[in-house]
Design a protein around this ligand. Structure first.
Ligand code: BMA
Length: 310
């Protein structure tokens, strides 16, 4: 049965763990992904001894075997406005390439809550902060890798005490000021993602729409289970959702997904579509290690179109 899964797990998972990092960390997880020149870049989150997070960088020629750089890539800022809002750590980066610039969204934690920071790099050597693009409390922001009507477009997930946590879309002319926010996708009651959903990997283009791999959470008596789902967004208007797969596309199954720092979690911040019609999907197991799997892009699109939720 496992062989029929849409996502085929790489046999040598996990592909990156704390033992592979040349500085002291406790986890390697929730990595944003990009292709830069002839390399796969993985920006991963790691917990330090303090329990706060930083972002490291590992690179690979084949997308499976990664080597970490000797130093972290983004650590909490110590100066100016960013220092105030990153005091408790930087988490869960997502990378989108627009006009040769790699834009990195990440969660910035502080005593004031969680908000989204935006940074940019052209070479994955130096990195420059652009702006804090939300107030608290918001997580999981990801930019579409294309502008619409000259506007940047992002998905994000505000916290609410009134409604279940859902996916929203917003637009910006300059990456600093964001607006025209609209709710576009909600959790489905009594379903695998009924508790909350949030943006996952940077959306990628297919013939039938933007494919967005998101995460959905189900509350059980033994805690929450994080799974991955697939949604297809309209190519002309990405705020329109064409279809959402009724079933999840990945759930915690391997031992390092079922146990670890946070048990029963698969969490995705990056996927790399390839020219041969496949996509490499990167996810963290149990907030502890990084894993990879491969899927046919058509299979993911069909999972949305052939078996959509109402
Ligand atoms: C979410 C975030 C993620 C984490 C997930 C599972 O709320 O904190 O960073 O991977 O929970 O613990």
């Amino acid at each position: 049965m496992r062989n029929n899964r849409i996502i085929k797990r790489y046999k040598k998972n996990p592909i990156l763990t704390k033992d592979d990092i040349p500085y002291p960390v406790h986890t390697v997880h929730n990595a944003g992904m990009a292709k830069y020149q002839d390399k796969y870049i993985m920006l991963f989150r790691s917990h330090l001894n303090t329990g706060r997070s930083i972002i490291g960088l590992a690179e690979s020629k084949d997308g499976f075997s990664f080597k970490s750089r000797p130093e972290p890539f983004i650590v909490p800022c110590t100066e100016g406005i960013f220092a105030q809002y990153e005091e408790f750590g930087v988490e869960d980066p997502r990378i989108s390439c627009i006009n040769d610039e790699y834009l990195i969204t990440y969660s910035a934690y502080s005593r004031y809550g969680v908000r989204i920071g935006l940074a940019k790099t052209r070479d994955f050597v130096s990195v420059e902060r652009i702006s804090l693009i939300t107030q608290a409390d918001l997580r999981n922001a990801v930019l579409f890798p294309e502008k619409y009507n000259n506007m940047y477009v992002r998905l994000d997930r505000p916290h609410s005490e009134i409604s279940p946590w859902s996916i929203w879309i917003s637009y910006s002319p300059d990456l600093k000021f964001w607006g025209e926010s609209k709710l576009i996708m909600t959790p489905m009651q009594y379903h695998w993602d009924e508790m909350k959903i949030g943006p996952g990997a940077t959306p990628f283009k297919t013939k039938k729409g933007w494919l967005h791999i998101y995460h959905g959470v189900f509350q059980t008596m033994a805690g929450a289970v994080y799974r991955l789902g697939a949604a297809l967004h309209d190519l002309i208007d990405p705020s329109k959702i064409i279809a959402v797969s009724d079933s999840w596309i990945l759930e915690p199954e391997d031992p390092w997904e079922r146990t670890g720092y946070v048990p029963n979690v698969v969490f995705c911040c990056g996927a790399i579509p390839e020219d041969d019609g496949t996509v490499k999907i990167y996810w963290a197991g149990a907030d502890t290690v990084m894993c990879v799997g491969t899927a046919s892009i058509d299979d993911l699109v069909n999972a949305c179109i052939d078996n959509p939720r109402n």
